[in-house]
Ligand binder design. Structure first.
Ligand code: UGA
Length: 505
């Protein structure tokens, strides 16, 4: 998408500005610095920049701080809160600002528009504006239009024309620019690893100059590059997130079927996932997906389709299944505890996934809120996310307690629940933890333990889509009820049969 850019340009070594120093922007900026590019990391929040200048990341992401320190020292990464200045002095601008959920699930593009207007104010030579933030299809068109509109206002030259002395816009003075889409596929907790080892890079361009610039920037990564137009590229990102969410809701639905018929969802996932047409990834059943991306991107994608008259009921159902996971899990806790009111529940995991301190749309918090509403008190532990959680769910003596360790959270509890699959939880000594608890009930929302081992450690173990161990009053499935009825009927002595058949359970 170009604003009067058609010629090829000598690429040289363009200076890069990354706009927005969040979960996407910071790893992207540091990754590019590591590839040898000069990068300005801009953010309008002076506090964020002050923290970065001290060599600290404002959020937890593995391997990020060493890279930050390295490139503050190398001088290849310069953090700044002067967004206008960064835009003015760079040629390639990666836009990594937030695209939160607006009304009706629609993406709120206020920050994107803001950046487009800031670019227009600082269009002092050729620039390539690259959307990295997840945006709905056709956003690049609007970015281009907005930059052109406001750049024209900036550069409006006043000249007298005709007798009435009207102002005339001299639009020819606007420098050339391109708008491209280059969606990110970074997972929180693996962002640095994902940056350096991408499966693919997608670039949506409509000028050779933009394509050459982006290919040059990413060449050292040596991975497949999909080149397409900006709208298709924008759609690829939403489609990827919607598809992954669909896989999760699909396996969660299968998990419920497994529970009903007595099958094991972990083996079902493996059994289907080894087929390369399906793939093993994103088939972990549990309490559902959360985070800043999947829930809002799914809604924005469905909204976009419906706005264009497309039936997106598949995506709506994916969301509904995900929402119902919380109640499904709470039912398990109720079934295990009988009465939740007055019980102390140890909670392991608050972040929406492991290796992050991010609690946005975390299923864990929804579960905790539901338990508190039912009158339980909670003892919470997460290796990284407790400071963020404390902001939305403050400590309340006797009701909400933040703990120093898994052991601490389990101490005196009537049940221990697993809500995030941190590897440190997988390694805990279940025998020891059991000894700390008042009642040995373990409800595992992420299937991180082997049921037989948990049972051997003395736990009554409840999990997702697999048989629970040691629960004394199992609900009978419809099939089991029918088979029990048949067995009882068959067990009645008849005139013809002398022997009683064994009762099948
Ligand atoms: C997701 C995508 O995976 C990235 O490719 C994308 O770049 C990013 O969104 C984004 O749009 O910025 P992220 O939200 O960081 O990344 O985390 P994921 O690893 O995708 O997990 C999302 C949620 O799904 C988590 O709550 C996780 O627990 C859940 N999940 C994941 C499952 O419940 N089951 C699974 O099998 C996998």
């Amino acid at each position: 998408m170009s604003g009067r850019s058609n010629g090829k340009a000598s690429i040289g070594k363009p200076k890069i500005a990354v706009l927005g120093m969040g979960h996407v922007g910071l790893p992207t900026a540091l990754g590019m610095a590591e590839l040898g590019w000069e990068v300005l990391g801009a953010d309008s929040n002076p506090k964020t920049i002050a923290v970065l200048k001290e060599g600290k990341s404002w959020f937890y992401e593995p391997d990020l701080e060493p890279l930050l320190k390295k490139h503050l020292d190398s001088g290849l990464f310069i953090p700044t809160d002067d967004v206008d200045g960064a835009i003015a002095s760079a040629t390639v601008l990666f836009v990594c600002v937030g695209t939160p959920q607006g009304d009706d699930g629609k993406a709120d593009l206020t920050q994107i528009e803001n950046i487009a207007r800031t670019v227009a104010r600082n269009l002092n030579g050729y620039k390539l504006i690259v959307e990295k933030s997840t945006v709905p299809a056709i956003t690049a068109h609007w970015v281009k239009k907005t930059i052109a509109r406001y750049a024209e206002v900036e550069s409006r030259s006043i000249s007298k024309s005709g007798k009435n002395g009207k102002k005339v816009r001299n639009s020819h003075s606007i420098p050339e620019f391109d708008v491209a889409s280059n969606p990110e596929f970074l997972q929180e907790g693996k962002a640095v690893e994902n940056f350096f080892h991408p499966d693919r890079i997608v670039i949506g361009v409509d000028s050779e100059r933009a394509q050459e610039l982006l290919e040059a920037i990413y060449r050292p990564l040596n991975c497949p590059i999909v080149v397409t137009n900006p709208t298709t590229s924008e759609l690829i990102k939403h489609t990827a997130n919607a598809f992954l969410s669909t896989k999760i809701s699909f396996i969660n639905m299968v998990s419920d079927i497994c529970e009903a018929v007595g099958a094991d969802v972990v083996n079902v996932a493996r059994g289907i996932g080894l087929d390369p047409r399906i793939g093993t990834g994103f088939l972990n059943a549990g309490i559902g997906f959360g985070g800043y991306c999947f829930p809002k991107d799914l809604r924005a994608f469905a909204h976009l389709g419906e706005e264009h008259g497309v039936d997106c009921s598949l995506l709506r159902e994916v969301e509904r299944i995900n929402t119902r996971r919380i109640e499904r899990f709470i039912k398990k806790v109720r079934k295990a505890l009988w009465v939740v009111q007055g019980k102390t529940i140890g909670v392991l995991g608050l972040a929406f996934k492991p290796l992050t301190d991010d609690i946005r749309e975390a299923p864990a918090l929804k579960v905790i809120e539901a338990l508190l509403r039912e009158g339980a008190s909670v003892r919470l532990y997460d290796p990284e996310a407790m400071p963020n959680a404390q902001r939305v769910l403050p400590e309340e003596p006797g009701r909400v307690t933040y703990c120093r360790s898994s052991d601490d959270a389990a101490t005196g509890a009537h049940a221990l629940i697993i809500l995030t699959e941190w590897s440190e939880f997988k390694q805990i000594d279940l025998h020891r933890v059991r000894g700390l608890m008042e009642v040995a009930v373990l409800v595992d929302g992420r299937n991180i333990y082997n049921p037989a081992e948990a049972h051997r450690a003395g736990f009554e173990y409840h999990c997702m889509g697999r048989e629970s161990m040691g629960h004394h009053f199992p609900a009978l499935t419809r099939e089991k009820k029918a088979s029990r009825k048949r067995a009882v009927a068959a067990a009645k002595p008849t005139k013809t049969a002398g022997k009683l058949p064994a009762v099948v359970n």
